[in-house]
Design a protein around this ligand. Sequence first.
Ligand code: NAP
Length: 292
Amino acid sequence: MDRRSPTDVALALRTATLPGGAKVPILGQGTYRMGEDADKRRSEVSSLRAGLELGMTLIDTAEMYADGGAERVVGAAIAGRRDEVFLVTKLYPQNATRERMRAACERSLKRLGTDRIDLYLLHWRGQVPLRETLCGFEDLIEEQKIRYAGVSNFDVDDLGELARLKDGLRRIVTDQVLYNLERRGAEFDLVPWCRQRRRPLIAYSPLEEGLLSHQAHPVLGEIAGRHDATAAQIALAWVLRDGDVIAIPKAARVAHVCENRGAADIRLTKRDLDALDESFPPPSDRKPLETR
Ligand code: NAP
């Protein structure tokens, strides 16, 4: 019998399943540009906490953001409620050697005010051989400093190279990439590649840095009208449409966080999806993965 209370049911977000079985909400929260301005800190912390209340418990950050400042904001937001959160952070490629990764991880843990990271991502591919980075991840998993490992901004070729290494994909549970209505290149091969291997993708900049929130876009506006929603909600609902892509919009205003949460409950119809395909055409051939 389903024993969830009505409140829980109202709050329940769809989840994606990582290799190994962990379930994570398909809608999380980004933190790029947080921690840059002390005057904004209070609203950034409040926004992240509001998101947690609404079930958006996957929080994405990076050692790069505001030079550690975003991790500190996240640390403040999750203080006292660490166990509710699925915490994702990223290391610089130059820190992807075994020794440097351990030190980078310790610094991130300190700024985040926790003893473990749930998902640790290589932010983009650099000069360090992938084999060495995998060893670094393995060490940290054994030491229980991180639970899962993954990559970001890896194109299909990079993932293929990883997969050809012995146990190369064993610890890699996701790839975090630029993916939204304006940037659909990943659909050509990266999305199917990950889907086949049951690795949920994490879509960053799902609102194209806010550009997709403009109600004035005729098709987004029209679909939004049909769903009594906003353009931003339709753009997010589109990223979430198949249930195995995780979106991490960044919102430093509580109103935006609430609006984004609402997107996860919108189911786009075939008519909506066809109209979006007309306006934002899917890729017809392979292109290198776009990044920012
Ligand atoms: P985004 O989430 O597409 O857009 C963020 C912008 O949209 C902010 O200006 C935000 O404003 C605005 N916004 C949020 N919700 C809105 C709503 N409902 N209506 C109108 N505007 C809204 O862009 P992003 O920050 O580039 O990407 C999201 C996260 O992905 C980042 O924060 C970061 O965690 C991650 N990321 C990863 C990589 C990588 O290389 N792995 C690269 C880029 C980003 P307010 O802040 O004022 O609410």
